[in-house]
Design a protein around this ligand. Structure first.
Ligand SMILES: Cc1cc2nc3c(=O)[nH]c(=O)nc-3n(C[C@H](O)[C@H](O)[C@H](O)COP(=O)(O)OP(=O)(O)OC[C@H]3O[C@@H](n4cnc5c(N)ncnc54)[C@H](O)[C@@H]3O)c2cc1C
Ligand SMILES: NC(=O)c1ccc[n+]([C@@H]2O[C@H](COP(=O)([O-])OP(=O)(O)OC[C@H]3O[C@@H](n4cnc5c(N)ncnc54)[C@H](O)[C@@H]3O)[C@@H](O)[C@H]2O)c1
Length: 474
């Protein structure tokens, strides 16, 4: 016999989006049922941000040892125990997992069902033997790796983000399909851990990011020995002895590359198939669920947040959207996403971080814009660390209001948060001019870029005449 539950909110999916929404609603004493069919924590904890950044951290240590000679420290060739590296990755996941656990959420007052959820009508979700009739529903069912229609791909072993971190031995030669954030972050990490790596992309690497900044990342990856082929077409995949061969066309020429493992990271597909969307009257098109500005679906009781919403696919966006949905459900306050305020970071080394509008988008929206740059080669802290590649680039309106910031360099991901706040608060170069930045920090580069807005002014005859005039007063 089906048991009927009547909570205020039913959330489908306990990844970054669903967990944030559940915790926020429960904090206000609202009755919440959270349904999860797989591992608590979703992609970010189990197959995404956490394991990838833990692997990158291990790779960073290997690289630091290899580079230590420049600092007068000779540690020899790093010995990499790949199985131990992966044990480190797993132990980081295990350390963070209690934050996302059933126990923690039940302690917060959330009822957690470990079931697969599906709408059976416009107001009822079936989850195992439970029928859930909630006042509002939040779809937070996430995404999974997309697979390209490459002939033969289904005949060769393929790794995705869901299996990559289960490896126990190091690949000899890792082939990576897709030069997005996943492809490039994992390419560099594996290279630093001693694998040969070849990356293939149908378009440009990190195609959504500023070309000028991307070039710095690619130059570094190539200098470390990662082969990156852009704007190629993969024609087929096949087994070649113990390995995998990819045949592709580049500049009209057919070429091939053979490796022993293949990672596919060509983007994501929203998890919408098993949700009974038709029964719920939720409209979708070829891109996914059709959403109104407040993340509401065509069924007024149902919101969609996180990767399944198909907007920017980041954990911090999942959390942000969860807040917007809860704000509307609990307080009936209107809410609209502000994608221009979302920072985007790719954790290669150097890191690439952006917020707001790029140069071209800013010109389209604001007409005349100023581009203010400061290279890290001019920054004392970067010099002390021998990490001088990259720069900070500020995009401002004619009157100096910040509308976009791009940073490529060591620590760019930490630096971008300041500029996310600056954009949120609509700050201008005049505000940055007043900032007292600690010396020596890489953050000084931003202030230096902002000051360059006034370069012309210091040379204006009228300004110089004023300075001379004021000197006359003693
Ligand atoms: C390798 C990798 C690295 C990444 N690195 C970063 C990073 O550094 N920074 C960053 O911001 N983002 C990163 N991301 C993106 C980030 O992981 C996602 O944007 C985020 O996890 C999305 O969260 P979500 O809750 O929307 O979806 P998910 O985490 O996918 O959670 C959805 C949950 O819903 C469950 N579910 C699905 N259907 C049902 C159903 N019918 N019934 C019950 N449960 C269901 C699933 O089992 C899953 O647990 C990375 C992604 C990958 C793959
Ligand atoms: N640092 C981070 O915040 C971070 C890290 C990893 C992933 N993510 C998120 O996860 C999502 C997925 O990442 P991703 O790197 O898989 O996707 P992506 O969409 O960002 O990049 C995929 C790349 O694959 C290429 N591609 C597509 N089809 C191809 C084909 N048939 N052959 C060769 N190349 C092909 C595309 O041109 C693109 O460059 C991203 O949207 C990102 O937001 C974020």
């Amino acid at each position: 016999m089906a048991e009927t539950l009547t909570p205020d909110i039913c959330i489908i999916g306990a990844g970054s989006a669903g967990l944030t929404a559940a915790a926020a609603a429960a904090a206000f004493g609202v009755e919440v049922v959270l349904v999860e069919r797989g591992a608590m924590g979703g992609d970010c904890l189990n197959h995404g941000c956490v394991p990838s950044k833990a692997l990158i951290a291990a790779a960073h240590h290997a690289h630091a040892i290899a580079e230590a000679g420049a600092f007068g420290i000779h540690a020899g060739v790093p010995q990499i125990d790949f199985a131990a590296v992966m044990a480190h990755v797993r132990s980081v996941i295990e350390t963070i997992a209690p934050n996302d656990s059933v126990e923690r959420f039940e302690g917060l007052g959330v009822r957690v069902l470990r079931e697969s959820a599906r709408f059976v009508d416009e107001r009822t979700v079936q989850a195992g033997s439970y029928a859930i009739r909630a006042r509002r529903f939040i779809l937070a069912s996430g995404s999974r790796p997309a697979m390209p229609p490459v002939p033969g791909l289904d005949q060769v072993p393929v790794l995705t983000n869901e299996t990559l971190f289960e490896q126990t031995s190091r690949p000899g030669h890792l082939l990576v399909l897709g030069a997005g954030p996943i492809g490039l972050e994992m390419a560099q990490a594996h290279r630093r851990l001693g694998a040969e790596v070849t990356v293939l992309d149908a378009a440009r690497a990190l195609g959504r990011d500023d070309r000028e900044l991307v070039a710095v990342v690619l130059a570094r990856l190539r200098a470390e020995g990662v082969t990156v082929h852009e704007e190629i077409a993969v024609n087929r995949a096949e087994r070649a002895g113990e390995g995998i061969r990819l045949t592709f066309t580049s500049d009209g020429q057919e070429m091939s590359v053979t490796g022993d493992r293949l990672l596919v990271a060509i983007g994501r597909r929203a998890n919408i198939e098993d949700l009974g969307l038709d029964a719920a009257g939720i409209v979708r098109d070829e891109k996914g669920i059709v959403l109104e500005p407040g993340l509401r679906t065509s069924n007024r009781r149902v919101y969609a947040i996180g990767d399944v919403a198909g907007h920017q696919q980041f954990t911090h966006v999942a959390g942000y959207q969860a807040g917007l949905a809860i704000q509307q459900i609990l307080f009936r306050l209107p809410a609209r996403e502000k994608p221009d305020l979302v920072p985007r970071v790719t954790y290669t080394d150097p890191e690439l971080a952006e917020v707001g509008l790029g140069e071209e988008a800013a010109r389209e929206r604001h007409g005349t814009v100023h581009i203010l740059r400061s290279p890290f080669a001019d920054n004392d802290r970067a010099q002390t660390e021998r990490r001088t590649e990259g720069s900070i680039k500020l995009v401002t309106t004619k009157r100096g209001r910040l509308v976009g910031v791009g940073i490529v360099g060591a620590g760019a991901g930490e630096m971008i948060n300041l500029y996310a706040l600056a954009l949120t608060k609509k700050l201008s170069v005049a505000d940055l001019r007043g900032l007292i930045a600690a010396y020596p920090t890489r953050g000084e580069a931003g202030k230096r870029a902002a000051l360059s807005y006034y370069d012309g002014m210091t040379r204006k005859p009228a300004v110089r005449a004023l300075v001379r005039f004021l000197r006359g007063f003693g």
